[in-house]
Design a binder for this molecule. Structure first.
Ligand SMILES: *Cc1c(COP(=O)(O)O)cnc(C)c1O
Length: 822
């Protein structure tokens, strides 16, 4: 933080009033997360209210830990006894107050601030620009994609007085959001990366979205943009003062005319300025998205006055590395968090936070490099040590020389290696067993080599799961229902193929209320992996009664016989069990029918050991308009049935009926809970809100071999792939045993390679498939996308006459699942 603040300053900035003990020190840390308190006596804890949780709940515990200054909502009642111990600043809205403090701090920074917005590439442009500028300056930047109403203030608190330039990213999802971001960031130089369809549902149209984003730059001195995006160009040039504009284009007429020569593994970017001076840079990329991002970086660096050799030096070191925080299966049941791109304190906090949310493992281990360019080492490593301590790690492996300072804080729990090579030399993967290992370091330490050593090697096909997208989809449905309506999430069938344990764990942290699985085994496996949420089992069997009890799983009871058996079991063992009743209103799969109601009521009274946790029904056609009338009849019948049952109960069970499609179509029947399934995984089956959901999973594989075939050659079993003219094919490392449906054979399916369609040729084999790559430049080892963002599950499912559910759940467990935050 740039300048420590006294209570009086805080009161002035937030327009708050103070209660409790008068705090006489100054605040130099602001946090919204109770676990990130490091220097308690200098920390202001801001209690934010979310959809689920109220940060104020942590205040009593934080007071015990020595935090003495809190920012709280005016209507929050200060618990007895706390007023004597700490200061409370009361405001109407803690989020706005947090933003006001950030805006105040920002104004104290007299050096240039770069603000970045746009639909794609914001984070990568920020990271790359940060790397290039750091050749010449001490750079502060937002961690990961901390670009929201809360992320931006936290990023601003990361700016310190030794920084010489700050790069902040701004992301919005609906109209009206940019104003507050602008007031905090106040960029001197702006970069508008590009415009696309992301978040379109939050805006009237694309022009409105451009206008809203442009607000970020209302006070900027310079704005960098690419003239090749026509809509963007027209809007910018119409509404922004020409003096401020710094344009680039592959066509003539811009401040920088850019031409690109793509070579084998790198490209040359030649910039011609309007005064005819030219600059030629070599960059280690050839794909068009990277080249666009890099050109923004170059033009921004030049505009900030960085000298040419330093820019070139910085560009040469960029790598197409994964900036995402990724969770990967490791050897010996360990779980790796790969953060090999991180190089600052703010990023370390994010990674530790992610670590703290993972399932419990034997021990928590951190492999960390020197933090480069972070100011005074004595100060930085003391702070690192406190941060690490607050997350309760069991062992720290430091790589580098500066990091040896941690030895005095951790003693025997700390090991130090001077270089990554020395670590690799000493590293024996078998010393790790069922551990959680965070690997995080500056680029130059090349920690991807450490990850490679420790990760489980599975074959080339991976299913990548975007946990941010999962959160986004969860919140989308959460917003469609009332705040008090509970969310049950269906994680049956390995969480629709996504991997039950990790997804359940993530759902637990984002506020799901209930989980549901199909079979007891699935529930047991979740419990064994540390999942604590209540779990409903749709299809339990008598043989598993003991296990249900032992693992606290809640079975669905769907017939009188089953009710009686379970009831007797509970009586014999003198236990109470929570159960759920499935009422059949038309599905005719499982469940009590209307004519069984009186028998059911007798059973409920005869076996009070079985506590009815919920009553539900399932709609047969909530996704299709044509079944609307039938759905309403079902809901009507359900309402009648549940009312009859309620009459014999002395307590109130949860009532629920809606699946994903139902939430969209029948919000008036959300009752006490909804059951979210396919929507969470990114498929909006009703088609009403297609663009509102984000693709959660990408199934990827790699090209094993390329072949050039003569005219008349055939491909694969039974000679089904015909190439009358000859051509070029690629063999991919995925087959029907991985869940790539055999019905995609002979041109029914296609994959994407470098963004281009490659149709399946011949029959899909067990472990491989061949695709036609006639028109695509491709080499062995290249990536092929099977399903994902640009290749929609719905469309693919249609092509082979099935539904997205089947494609998702068919992905074999032998395919490695990798989870990331983007
Ligand atoms: C699978 C299932 C759901 C979820 O359905 P989606 O269409 O995936 O949202 C809800 N309720 C029951 C009983 C289910 O079996």
């Amino acid at each position: 933080m740039l300048s420590p603040l006294s209570i009086d300053q805080l009161l002035a900035v937030t327009a708050g009033e103070v209660r409790g003990r008068r705090f006489s020190g100054t605040i130099s840390k602001v946090t919204i997360d109770s676990r990130q308190v490091v220097q308690a006596e200098q920390t202001l804890f801001v209690a934010l209210r979310g959809a689920k949780a109220d940060g104020a709940a942590y205040i009593p515990k934080l007071v015990e830990e020595g935090v003495c200054c809190f920012l709280v909502q005016r209507d929050w009642e200060i618990p007895e006894g706390l007023e004597e111990k700490a200061s409370f600043i009361l405001v109407n809205d803690t989020r706005l107050a947090l933003q006001a403090i950030a805006a105040y701090e920002r104004k104290l920074f007299a050096k240039p601030v770069v603000g970045i917005t746009g639909s794609n590439g914001k984070t990568i442009v920020k990271e790359w620009l940060g790397q290039v500028l750091s050749q010449s300056y001490a750079v502060a930047k937002s961690p990961k994609s901390y670009n929201s109403q809360i992320g931006v203030p936290l990023s601003i608190f990361g700016i310190e007085s030794y920084h010489q330039v700050a790069i902040l990213e701004a992301g919005i999802s609906k109209a009206g959001e940019m104003d507050s971001l602008q007031q905090m960031i106040l960029p001197d130089l702006g970069i508008f990366t590009n415009i696309g369809n992301a978040h379109q549902e939050g805006f009237e149209d694309i022009i409105e979205k451009i206008k809203e984003k442009l607000l970020l730059f209302s006070n900027a001195k310079l704005l960098v943009y690419c003239r090749d995006h026509e809509l963007l160009r027209d809007e910018i040039e119409r509404s922004v003062d020409g003096q401020k504009l710094v344009s680039w284009s592959t066509l003539p007429g811009a401040d920088f005319s850019v031409s690109v020569k793509r070579l084998e593994v790198q490209s040359k970017i030649i910039l011609l300025k309007s005064d005819l001076s030219t600059f030629t840079f070599s960059v280690p990329f050839t794909d068009s998205a990277s080249l666009e991002n890099i050109t923004h970086v170059i033009v921004a660096a030049l505009s900030l006055g960085q000298d040419f050799p330093a820019i070139q030096e910085g560009l040469g070191q960029l790598k197409p590395v994964d900036m995402r925080l990724t969770l990967k299966p490791g050897l010996n049941e360990s779980l790796l968090i790969d953060d090999t791109y991180n190089n600052d304190l703010a990023g370390l906090k994010v990674a530790l936070e992610f670590l703290s949310h993972q399932r419990p493992k034997r021990s928590k281990i951190l492999i960390l490099s020197d933090l480069l360019q972070q100011g005074l080492p004595e100060k930085v490593y003391t702070e690192v040590a406190e941060l690490i301590r607050s997350y309760g790690l069991d062992k720290i492996i430091g790589v580098g020389t500066e990091i040896s300072r941690l030895a005095e804080h951790f003693g025997a729990a700390f090991e130090n290696y001077a270089s990554t090579d020395l670590l690799l030399h000493a590293l024996d993967p078998d010393t790790f067993q069922n551990d959680l290992i965070l690997i995080t370091g500056a680029r130059s330490f090349a920690f991807e080599r450490v990850v490679n050593r420790l990760q489980l090697r599975v074959h080339g096909t991976t299913l990548e799961i975007n946990l941010n997208a999962l959160t986004h989809n969860f919140n989308f449905y959460k917003r469609l229902v009332k705040p008090e309506t509970k969310m049950m999430v269906m994680v049956k069938a390995f969480a629709y193929g996504g991997g039950a344990a990790e997804i359940a764990n993530h759902l637990q942290t984002i506020g799901a209320d209930y989980l549901a699985v199909a079979f007891s085994d699935e529930g047991i496996s979740l419990r064994k992996q540390g999942i604590k949420l209540p779990i409903m089992v749709l299809n339990p069997v008598e043989e598993s009664f003991d296990l249900l009890r032992e693992y606290q799983l809640e079975p669905v009871v769907f017939s009188p016989e089953f009710f009686r058996k379970l009831g007797k079991y509970a009586q014999n063992h003198a236990v109470k069990l929570a159960i759920h009743l499935d009422l059949d209103t038309g599905m005719h799969r499982l469940g009590f029918e209307k004519q069984q109601l009186s028998e059911l009521k007798d059973l409920i009274c005869a076996f009070p050991e079985l506590r009815i946790a919920s009553l539900y029904t399932h709609l047969v056609g909530a996704d299709e308009e044509m079944h609307e009338e039938f759905s309403r009849l079902q809901l009507q019948e359900f309402t009648e049935m549940k009312t009859e049952i309620e009459a014999v109960l002395a307590y109130q069970p949860l009532i629920h009926a809606l699946n994903s499609a139902g939430i969209v179509h029948f919000p008036e029947f959300q009752m006490d809970m909804v059951r979210l399934g396919i929507g969470l995984y990114g498929v909006e089956v009703t088609g009403k809100h297609d663009s509102a959901l984000k693709a959660v999973s990408i199934l990827k594989t790699s090209v094993s071999q390329i072949k050039t075939l003569a005219p008349g050659a055939t491909v694969g079993y039974s000679r089904k792939g015909l190439l009358p003219e000859g051509g070029k094919i690629a063999t991919l490392a995925i087959g029907y045993a991985d869940g790539y449906d055999r019905r995609f054979s002979q041109g029914k399916g296609y994959v994407l390679i470098h963004g281009k369609k490659a149709p399946v040729i011949g029959n899909v084999c067990m472990d491989m498939v061949m695709v036609d790559v006639g028109a695509i430049e491709v080499k062995e080892g290249d990536e092929a996308i099977i399903y994902g963002e640009q290749i929609s599950l719905k469309e693919l499912a249609d092509r082979i006459g099935t539904i997205p559910y089947e494609l998702l759940t068919n992905i074999s467990t032998r395919v490695k699942r990798v989870y990331y935050l983007d």
